[in-house]
Design a binder for this molecule. Structure first.
Ligand code: TTP
Ligand code: MG
Length: 422
């Protein structure tokens, strides 16, 4: 990417609003204007919320919240299961619209993409005009709304698209990146998870502007090279070009390093649950399922073992992943103190391209039977799941920067439309 290209604000970040819920409201008009929560089997299910309509978010419901909590906060909501096949199809339709405006479309999750429209202006007008045309096309042709950020780089465009949701359009003129970011809460910055946020709080950092003013070497002593990288981001600097290579994830993983090494099976199990839910959420966001699940256990003396298992059915279900890694980890953690745990999912397959060797019906029945068996066996653990939220273990890990393509998402630590940590 040339320096010249950076002197103009031609990067768009497009993100659909309440994607899964909006598709359901579109297809079932009786749900429009109502609180809709997509995820699992209902308010008594052991799973988590995939997404909630904006009507439900007003009650504090947000992605990754246990469904039972959502049911308590918003009992009048309509709860719907995740229809990954349908959302993957709509996602392709959205991406096809975007490609009409430029071939430079980088899909980063099921409902979001970066575009570089530098070469499209003679045909379609200014970047802001193109953004408006994209919003109109998505609304008229697909019956959905999108929010768009326009900026000179991906980092700032991503923050901008998030700022006026739903149906927002925010343009950040070139040269104003740092002043645009400065007043925003630090959690909005890509790469700032709960842990980094706590470290930064020790330096009195609350806003992105506070971070931009820090000296890079000061933070490097505490955070390694991640420190100066964060400061550059806080100053609105990001040189990554929009890549038109197809989105292709090989694996999705989450890790957690304990503050104090642990030998407690309860703590290990709870952490594995949080990691499994994190991995499952990312699989669902990518509309993919994994057929291989692995666990990594690092002891206090740094000896590390990994164990993996191939599942009979590809999955995006946190409980199935959890059951698998707990069984794999149990013999490995006996008699040791655990320093780090990791959960990885690989051999990914698009949810709408799963083999239907024995027919869809047989497959469905087996999946349901498997989850019922788990539910029976782990029913009591549902309590653990509820406790998880208050324990601080639910979000102990930063986004893993090593896994494509979700890692290329600019992370969101803050639940939208609800009080943090609800
Ligand atoms: P997001 O774009 O993060 O969320 P959203 O589109 O529902 O809402 P908005 O962008 O307006 O804030 O994610 C896109 C879809 O991915 C979302 O509709 C459901 C799915 N998803 C999960 O399954 N689990 C998750 O934890 C998240 C964040 C999203
Ligand atoms: Mg979205």
């Amino acid at each position: 990417m040339t320096v010249a290209a950076r002197t103009r604000a031609t990067i768009l970040h497009v993100d659909l609003d309440a994607f899964f819920a909006a598709v359901e409201q579109r297809d079932r008009p009786e749900l429009r204007g109502r609180a809709v929560i997509v995820g699992g089997g209902g308010p008594r299910d052991r799973g988590v919320v995939s997404t909630a309509s904006y009507e439900a978010r007003r009650f504090g419901v947000h992605s990754a919240m246990p469904l039972r909590t959502a049911g308590r906060l918003c009992p009048q909501a309509v709860f719907l299961p995740v229809d990954g096949v349908k959302y993957a199809r709509v996602s392709r339709e959205v991406m096809a619209i975007l490609r009409r405006f430029t071939p430079l479309v980088e899909q980063v999750s099921i409902d979001e993409a970066f575009l570089d429209v530098a070469g499209s202006e003679p045909l379609f007008g200014s970047p802001a005009a193109i953004a408006l045309a994209i919003q109109a096309a998505i609304e008229q042709e697909l019956g959905l709304t999108a929010s768009i950020g326009v900026a000179s780089n991906k980092l700032v465009a991503k923050v901008a698209s998030d700022l006026r949701k739903p149906a927002g359009l925010v343009e950040v003129p070139v040269g104003t990146e740092a002043s645009f970011l400065a007043p925003l809460a630090i959690e909005r910055l890509w790469g700032v998870g709960p842990r980094t946020r706590d470290v930064l709080a020790e330096y009195g950092v609350r806003t992105i502007g506070d971070l931009a003013r820090l000296a890079p070497d000061m933070l490097e002593r505490r955070l390694g090279k991640h420190g100066p990288e964060l400061i550059a981001r806080a100053r609105g600097i990001d040189a990554a070009p929009v890549s038109d290579e197809p989105m292709e994830a090989k694996s999705v993983s989450h890790e957690h390093t304990f503050d104090v090494d642990t030998a407690s099976w309860e703590v290990i199990e709870r952490t594995l649950l949080a990691l499994s839910e994190g991995v499952a959420g990312r699989l669902r966001r990518g509309a993919v399922r994994a057929s291989t699940i692995a666990v990594k256990v690092r002891a206090s003396d740094f000896t590390t073992v990994t164990r993996q298992r191939t599942l009979p059915e590809p999955t995006d279900d946190g409980a199935i992943i959890w059951q698998t890694v707990a069984a794999l980890a149990r013999p490995q953690v006996r008699g040791i103190r655990v320093r780090l745990l990791g959960v990885a999912a690989s051999h990914l397959m698009a949810a709408d391209q799963l083999p239907l060797l024995e027919g869809e019906e047989a497959r469905r029945r087996r999946v349901t039977a498997a989850s019922d068996a788990i539910r029976g066996r782990f029913g009591a653990w549902a309590l653990t799941r509820a406790r998880l939220l208050g324990s601080g273990v639910a979000e102990p890990f930063e986004r893993d920067p090593n896994t494509a393509p979700e890692a290329r998402r600019i992370g969101r630590a803050r639940p939208k439309g609800g009080p943090p940590g609800s």
